[in-house]
Ligand binder design. Structure first.
Ligand SMILES: *Cc1c(COP(=O)(O)O)cnc(C)c1O
Length: 354
């Protein structure tokens, strides 16, 4: 595969690391390739970052055929840049594509594109503590017709954004509201894939929680509103007595790579981890009796986010006195240590960029 490279003539000034935030700044280039049913994936190119133009009838604008991924490039102490389990993102993107009848990308092609693009943009990976280069691969249906059917034409792109530390003032446990009305996903739907529509559908509950002073919602299952699913855009884990419990991947939950990594780290350190159904009744009981020792969210953006307070139907419960717990801290230190190359990657998860 040939990737055409058109270098920008107007390189941008790189932002100060203290001003980064999330997803506000973009690098000098972007990757694009086109798909048509006849030609397959073609015209791979890295071009200056710029607006794109779409036909007003483009499928994505009407029927929401859009999927995405999120991963980061990390600057190690020795100056090298590395990715964390990128093949997992590629596999998940293909599973998302399959669900929405978008075209899949062969794994080796997708990995070659990703690493080539990061290699071109690697100078944009910031080096201040906790900062990284966030990568956003995405794909959308791009037929120029209003007919409803599996798409014949699609576009795949990668953009990159230097992002700040999630925890500027130390790790602060978050307050989470359990959502008892809106649901995020149902079995048989699209809960297990990363598609834009899932996010559009979750905005209302998120806004309601925010207005009440909570940072995210904890979703319950779509049928009985009884089983815990996940938190906002993170998977969720609880330490109940000696058991670490995380909801099983039943089809409505996003299979997070951070979730998978947490399970592997916990098991390798001898913890008992159960992927199973966890009802709100069992959780309330554990909260009331004090058996719920720790709770945390896990996802690429924050890595590990301790939960200090849960609110269910206006009843508030503090967890671990609102402080980060021991297991939560261990997972944070282990995963961020591997990602930023501060500790030995004994799992073989990292992928150095040349
Ligand atoms: C992306 C995402 C996650 C976390 O997945 P990671 O691979 O760990 O980043 C969890 N839940 C939802 C809904 C997501 O979109």
């Amino acid at each position: 595969m040939e990737i055409k490279f058109i270098k920008t003539e107007n390189p941008k000034e790189k932002p100060e690391s203290s001003t980064l935030g999330f997803g506000k700044f973009f690098t000098d280039h972007m990757f694009i390739m086109d798909y048509s049913k006849d030609e397959g994936w073609h015209n791979q190119r890295i071009v200056p970052f710029e607006n794109i133009s779409l036909h007003p009838a483009s499928t994505v604008l009407h029927y929401g055929s859009e999927i995405f991924e999120g991963l980061k490039a990390y600057r190690r102490a020795d100056g090298k840049v590395q990715l964390f389990r990128p093949i997992e993102n590629i596999r998940r993107m293909n599973s998302s594509a399959e669900r929405l009848c978008l075209p899949e990308i062969p794994e080796d092609m997708a990995l070659e594109i990703l690493t080539k693009f990061v290699s071109v943009e690697q100078d944009w990976t910031p080096s201040a503590e906790g900062t990284s280069l966030y990568l956003r691969p995405f794909m959308f249906g791009n037929d120029e017709s209003l007919g409803v059917h599996a798409v014949q034409n699609a576009t795949y792109m990668i953009i990159a954004s230097p992002v700040g530390s999630y925890y500027k003032e130390g790790i602060n446990p978050v307050k989470i509201m359990i959502e008892a009305e809106d649901v995020r996903a149902v079995k048989g739907g699209t809960g297990y894939i990363k598609c834009g529509g899932n996010y559009a559908a979750s905005n209302r509950a998120g806004a309601k929680a925010e207005a009440k002073g909570y940072s995210q919602v904890l979703w319950l299952d779509g049928v009985e509103r009884r089983y815990i699913e996940e938190v906002g855009a993170m998977n969720v884990m609880f330490k109940i007595g000696d058991e670490i419990v995380t909801p099983a991947l039943t089809g409505s939950i996003l299979p997070g790579i951070t979730r998978k990594s947490c399970i592997e780290v916990l098991k390798s350190k001898g913890y008992t981890v159960s992927e199973r159904l966890l009802s709100i009744d069992e959780l309330s009981e554990a909260l009331e009796s004090g058996k719920l020792e720790e709770a945390w969210g896990c996802g690429t953006a924050a890595v590990i986010s301790p939960i200090g307070e849960l609110c269910y139907k206006d009843k508030k419960y503090a967890i671990n006195g609102g402080e980060i717990g021991e297991v939560t801290q261990m997972l944070y230190d282990t995963l961020t240590g591997i990602q930023w190359g501060k500790i030995d990657d004994c799992y073989g998860w990292t992928c150095e960029i040349k």
